[in-house]
Design a protein around this ligand. Structure first.
Ligand code: AMP
Length: 217
């Protein structure tokens, strides 16, 4: 499996990617997670990415492409991967096609998870992530059983630094301007599938299975 998950911040890409990873034994590659880990480690790359992330802007293509190239060269990607949050603009999408070409691979599909703009605002400002295992919850739509405690591992639930209202608004604007054009890009390649992201989580996962069952190898 070699797929891209397309969708605005808060559309549920991360939640679905985690379900697919468990089911198909492939890896999730989230450039946001990789960047947050780099920022937390205080590495040079993290320092270079930190300001753009805090402002809700895109990190430079060079940094992100370097990270992706490195990640895709690791052996655990052999069984397949789900790209989550990458590519984020047309230049990254074209660079990814070139990179995969050089590895004798190609993407099988880009799956667009679609949620109206207003819903995304609420979802993101209410979102909580487990600091320990990365599981995602939402105070209003998908709360943990015990407030602020992860249902899966008991870890503490935290709000991401960029999930405040002002930054969220900016991230959604960046999505509309830079990432949404990828829908047409993959449609032109005959690789696009669209899924209604407003449905319940399990229903969306079932839709993913349907789309994935129809993919050629
Ligand atoms: P995410 O977790 O995917 O919402 O990403 C969080 C932040 O990391 C974004 O707002 C960007 O600042 C940065 N980021 C993640 N993926 C990319 C990417 N493919 N290109 C540029 N910046 C990215």
């Amino acid at each position: 499996m070699r797929i891209v998950l397309l969708g605005a911040p808060g559309s549920g890409k991360g939640t679905q990617a985690k379900q697919l990873v468990d089911h198909y034994g492939v890896v999730q590659i989230s450039t946001g997670d990789l960047l947050r880990a780099a920022v937390a480690s205080g590495s040079e790359l993290g320092l270079a990415a930190k300001a753009a992330m805090a402002a809700g802007q895109l990190v430079s293509d060079d940094i992100v492409l370097g990270m992706i190239k490195e990640r895709l060269s690791q052996p655990d990607t052999q069984r397949g991967y789900i790209l989550d949050g990458f590519p984020r603009n047309l230049a990254q999408a074209a660079a990814l096609d070139t990179l995969l070409d050089g590895m004798n691979q190609s993407l099988q599909a880009a799956i667009s998870l679609e949620v109206p703009f207003d819903d995304l605002m609420h979802r993101l400002t209410d979102r909580q992530t487990c600091a320990n295992c990365g599981a995602i919850f939402n105070r209003s739509t998908h709360p943990s059983a015990v407030p602020d405690v992860c249902d899966l591992c008991g870890g503490p639930l935290v709000q991401r630094a960029d999930d405040n209202a002002a930054t969220v608004r900016h991230r959604l604007t960046v999505f509309e301007a830079q990432t949404a054009p990828l829908i047409a890009y993959y449609q032109n390649q005959g690789k696009l599938a669209r899924i209604d992201g407003t449905r319940p989580i399990d229903e969306i996962t079932a839709k993913f299975h349907e789309v994935l069952a129809g993919l050629s190898r």
